[in-house]
Design a protein around this ligand. Structure first.
Ligand code: PLP
Length: 418
């Protein structure tokens, strides 16, 4: 459920017409609904109220400070995958003891930063990483709390590029090998084993893969406890999917119920790392139609936003609904909606029957709140677009549009060329 609706044929975000924001900030821009963000977090968090748990919002889905702050104010922790995300989380006021750090390639400098910040735990993805964390913690005269990220080898039945918990993926440690790794970890002087972690993929629209993974983690936890290795946290990662098109993902309440039915008695604090399910449908990308043309019997709608602003369609061929910001009397036509970037993969919609958009129309790319701005780039030397947050009848620019000068920031021409 979200708060982007048509009123008198015009698209509104909560109590603000999208057109009004476009007039104020220009196009393209990302637009988020505060009420939707807050609601999505509350629904997810409260679904687990019967068990001890921490929701750690996955910062990579949307790392804007104001967005992080909304969740932090609701009691959220943060799931990070880099020192940069740790910095953003701390700047936004996150409680370090609710920060978990995943990722296969943590650098020593990032590990030290996380240790200094006293985060809750590292989700360790390899035995070499475990060694490095132990060494760093030893040099700093401290102890690192860790989980091993195990690869439970379940098929999340999602797009191969966003599946992470199968044996052939780069993530985590094979579950068969994990017991041995845990034994090793338990003997290291500067490591304290506190949990078990997995994250099996993203945009998962069924409950079964989560429960399969959970069952394997439960078995591992009981083996570990039998050996006297104390496990207090069970981190089930993120990955719950959303409706972009026709998908029917489980409601967070159904997801939570299945998890609690299967693991209520396990005596752990549960950690969840949702990203997409919280922010995905709470944001849109608004752009303007620059030109239309017909090539080979196909109508091309060329917008002022491109794959550098929202790369999911080019990267994963993913579906995003496109809607006119103002519904006019237009007949439906088969269209490709494309951006201005010099790449054939620069598109938002292909072969889509949509109302004929015309030059000057505003268009919204829906479900763009997750992995939208956070994946955007300056490709083709395009300044990154602003992010705007609506709350009731007011809107706030939470990241301003980059300038052309920003594009060359940090670059320098060596003296010998002058
Ligand atoms: C990306 C990621 C998440 C969030 O995934 P969503 O599909 O957005 O919920 C959670 N945990 C880890 C380790 C991740 O890499």
């Amino acid at each position: 459920m979200n708060y982007f609706n048509y009123v008198d044929n015009k698209l509104w975000c909560e109590g603000v017409p999208v057109l009004e924001v476009a007039q104020a900030v220009g196009t393209p821009f990302y637009l988020y609904s505060h009420r939707t963000l807050k609601r999505h977090f509350e629904v997810f968090d409260s679904a687990f109220e019967d068990i001890p748990h921490i929701v750690c919002f996955s910062a990579k889905a949307n790392s804007n400070a104001a967005i992080l702050k909304i969740f932090i104010n609701e009691g959220s922790g943060i799931d990070i995958v880099s020192g940069g995300e740790l910095y953003r989380a701390l700047e936004a006021g996150a409680d370090p003891r609710k920060i978990v750090y995943s990722g296969v390639g943590k650098r020593e400098e990032e590990i030290r930063y996380a240790l200094e910040s006293d985060i809750l735990m590292f989700n360790v993805e390899s035995s070499q990483e475990l060694e490095v964390i132990n060494t760093c913690a030893g040099r700093m005269n401290t102890v690192a709390r860790i989980s091993l990220r195990v690869n439970p080898d379940v098929d999340p039945m999602t797009h191969p590029h966003i599946s992470t918990g199968m044996r052939e993926n780069k993530f985590g440690i094979d579950i068969e090998k994990s017991l041995g790794e845990y034994r090793r970890a338990a003997k290291l002087d500067h490591i304290k084993v506190i949990g078990v972690d997995c994250h099996i993929g993203s945009q998962i629209t069924q409950i079964a893969p989560f429960i399969d993974a959970l069952d394997r983690l439960k078995k591992l936890i009981s083996s570990l406890r039998n050996e006297g290795i104390g496990i207090r946290y069970l981190d089930l990662g993120g990955g719950l999917g959303i409706t972009y098109d026709q998908e029917t993902p489980p409601h967070p309440k159904a997801y939570a119920k299945a998890i609690m039915d299967s693991a209520r008695d396990i005596d752990c604090t549960f950690i969840f790392e949702p990203g997409r399910v919280i922010v995905g449908n709470a944001g849109i990308l608004v752009c303007e139609v620059l030109y239309t043309k017909n090539n080979a019997d196909k109508r091309f709608v060329i917008t002022d936003a491109g794959m550098n602003d929202l790369m999911r369609p080019s990267l994963y061929n993913s579906y995003h609904e496109v809607r006119p910001v103002e519904l006019k009397e237009r007949k439906d036509v088969l269209s490709d909606v494309v951006g201005p970037i010099c790449e054939s993969s620069d598109f938002f919609a292909r072969g889509r029957v949509i109302p004929a958009l015309e030059r000057g129309d505003l268009m919204a790319v829906m479900s763009a709140g997750a992995y939208g701005f956070s994946m955007s780039s300056n490709y083709n030397s395009r300044p990154r677009v602003p992010e705007v947050l609506v709350r009731d009848e007011a809107f706030y620019v939470i990241r301003s549009r980059e300038t052309r000068a920003d594009l060359a920031r940090g670059e320098s021409i060596p003296d010998f060329m002058r």
